[in-house]
Ligand binder design. Structure first.
Ligand code: ADP
Ligand code: MG
Length: 589
């Protein structure tokens, strides 16, 4: 039986080089999983070796293929999924129809064993670098078993570009999660190097989310539902008090395919306006259903972006749906929109309360005592010890600048203001602290002398499967910095110690933020692991905006900042200090 037809001209075909569709092992996983779903499988098993670099195998119990189809499915633009031209432009994340298997066969060693349930014998086919090597009958269970080995074996340049195993595995887990979130009724299993990473039983959406992100998620999901003539929206959003300072649990799906949608993200954030702690992002799992003709798929195979015809209308519908869901759950009794834009008192949640700023203070410290030393003889006198040219003039006391106990003024618990010779100095408190921590970490690392460890009760932290991999990748470097984090298996780690000068209110939060930061930095290829870890650690343990600082803490922060090698910028290059000079001030009047 030949269900598979050829579509598209060679001219179009040539637009997509085979290697472009398959960029890394994760794309192989995604394409094979989607094919298995389309084949009506109720159970899909994904087995990978060495983060998919050595092998990706996907076994399904779906429709299987006839001998003819098993052969033809590897040809470019061979697909059974199009009945008319309009279908072709229906949303697809894999670019053109019929592209995936052909691409894989061009850049890897692919073999398939497949059997239709009604047939007695199945078919085994092996293709490498687009060359057919084996075609024979085989005994195999009903369904399809694809094996993709040695990706890019024939394109060494591409193979060299594959990232570390942990990174590639994390990408695989992400794709696995995307597909399994859209089909909770299907059982999915993910195995890496003989270890079972995820096993998801057939269930409903809520339980599927819990299966992936952990039991804790259950307590904070609010159902979201709305239907209009242009769009149907469903899924779950997180309770505001469970929002985190990190990305990771935000998902949009359109017609059951994962997409990135920064524009709609803003609509969701708007729905939570005034009820989130600063810099917090709520979880959401939002599914859009719409007529495929109303969306424009960015046809580039690697993109997961789509454009909606009625984008602005949908934005408003989504915003309304989010507000309604929050309201229905009676979660925002203090929601008062008349306050909009006037004040932004941070709402205290469990996440934001009692965050003692990890600043060492020395009440004995007197900035005017030249002989005073601090911490192992290191002088922290900003007036004498400035390594940056020009700072010394900045601090020469002038009669105009009154130096009293309130030499520093904190505004909005965010900026520290101080009069200086040429005008007004404004310091971003969080960035300043980030710089201080960063330099300490780098110094400790250079000296091979981890900062002393604080003994605390070991804390077991369960992470999601992807973050767990990242954490293991960071572990060696973290140890050099004074962290003692041990693998506990089953996506958990135990924190036995953290550097003495970092004492977050919640270790789990800090760890999650560090992982998040580290992931963000992963795209910057030229950064080494040490640098990434140092940046991630300083950024996640720096004091936050909204933290009120005492005079002495501000003094200490400023002193330590100007003891740094580069007090001007954060490790990632953001400005820490600005001077508003007198001329500028004069201009205001
Ligand atoms: P597409 O999925 O866009 O049709 P692919 O190259 O991914 O293109 O697959 C080509 C064809 O091979 C599919 O249309 C389908 O008919 C067949 N096929 C692929 N994987 C499976 C599978 N697991 N079970 C049954 N048929 C499959
Ligand atoms: Mg496909």
């Amino acid at each position: 039986m030949s269900d598979i037809i050829h579509v598209l001209s060679d001219a179009v075909a040539n637009q997509i080089a085979a290697g472009e569709v398959i960029q890394q092992p994760a794309s192989v996983v995604k394409e094979l999983m989607e094919n298995a779903v389309d084949a009506g499988a109720t159970s899909i098993k994904v087995i990978v070796k060495d983060a998919g670099k050595t092998m990706v195998q996907v076994v399904d119990n779906g429709s299987g293929m006839s001998e003819g189809d098993a052969r033809i499915c590897f040809e470019r633009h061979a697909t059974s999924k199009i009945t008319n031209a309009a279908d072709l432009f229906a949303i697809q994340t894999s670019g053109f129809r019929g592209e995936a298997l052909a691409s894989m066969a061009a850049v890897a060693e692919v073999s398939v064993k497949t059997r239709k349930p009604g047939d007695e014998l199945g078919t085994h086919i092996r293709i490498a670098g687009s060359r057919l090597e084996i075609q024979e009958p085989v005994q195999t269970p009903p369904g399809t078993n694809f094996q993709v080995k040695n990706l890019f074996f024939n394109i060494p340049a591409r193979r060299k570009f594959l990232k570390s195993d942990r990174t590639e595995l994390r990408l695989i887990i992400n794709e696995f999660n995307h597909v399994s979130l859209t089909h909770p009724d299907i059982e999915f299993i993910l195995i890496h190097n003989q270890t079972e990473i995820l096993q998801l039983k057939s269930t409903n959406l809520r339980q599927r989310i819990i299966g992936i992100f952990g039991k804790a998620v259950n307590s904070y999901l609010i159902p979201l539902e709305t239907e209009t003539t242009i769009i149907k929206i469903g899924g779950f959003i997180g309770k505001p008090e469970h929002a985190r300072r990190k990305y990771g649990e935000q998902f949009f799906f359109v017609n059951n395919r994962f997409i990135r949608q920064p524009y709609f993200h803003k609509a969701v954030m708007n729905g939570y306006k005034q009820i989130l702690a600063p810099d917090h992002i709520p979880a959401y799992f939002i599914f859009f259903e719409t007529d495929p003709s109303k969306i424009d798929v960015n046809i580039h195979p690697s993109k997961t972006e789509v454009k909606f015809e009625d984008e602005r209308a949908i934005w408003k519908i989504l915003l309304a749906a989010v507000r309604e869901a929050i309201g229905k759950n009676n979660l925002s009794p203090s929601l008062d929109f008349s306050k909009e834009g006037i004040i932004d008192i941070p709402i205290l949640t469990r996440e934001t309360e009692v965050r003692v700023p990890p600043i060492d203070t020395n009440p004995e410290f007197n900035p005017f005592d030249e002989e005073q030393t601090y911490q192992g003889g290191r002088k922290l006198h900003p007036y004498k010890e400035n390594r940056i040219k020009g700072w010394e003039q900045l601090f020469e006391p002038t009669p105009e600048a009154s130096i009293s106990s309130n030499k520093y003024l904190q505004i909005k618990n965010k900026y520290i203001l101080s009069p200086v010779k040429s005008g007004l100095m404004v310091i971003d408190q969080r960035r300043a602290h980030e710089r201080i921590l960063y330099e300490r970490i780098i110094k400790a690392h250079e000296k091979q002398q981890p900062l002393a460890q604080q003994s605390l009760f070991p804390e077991t932290i369960r992470l999601n499967a992807a973050d767990y991999q990242v954490c293991l990748e960071m572990a060696d470097e973290l140890e050099k910095l004074g962290f003692d984090i041990r693998d506990f298996g089953n996506n958990s780690v135990v924190v036995h110690g953290i550097p003495s000068d970092m004492s977050p209110a919640k270790t789990a939060d800090m760890l999650e933020m560090m992982i998040e930061q580290y992931k963000t930095l992963q795209s910057e290829l030229d950064l080494g692991t040490t640098e990434r870890v140092a940046r991630a650690t300083s950024c996640s343990s720096a004091i936050h905006y909204g933290k009120q600082l005492s005079d002495i803490e501000m003094q200490e922060l400023v002193d330590q900042l100007f003891g740094c090698g580069n007090p001007n910028n954060t490790p990632s290059g953001k400005s820490i200090v600005r001077i508003i000079d007198l001329g500028e001030l004069d201009n205001y009047f």
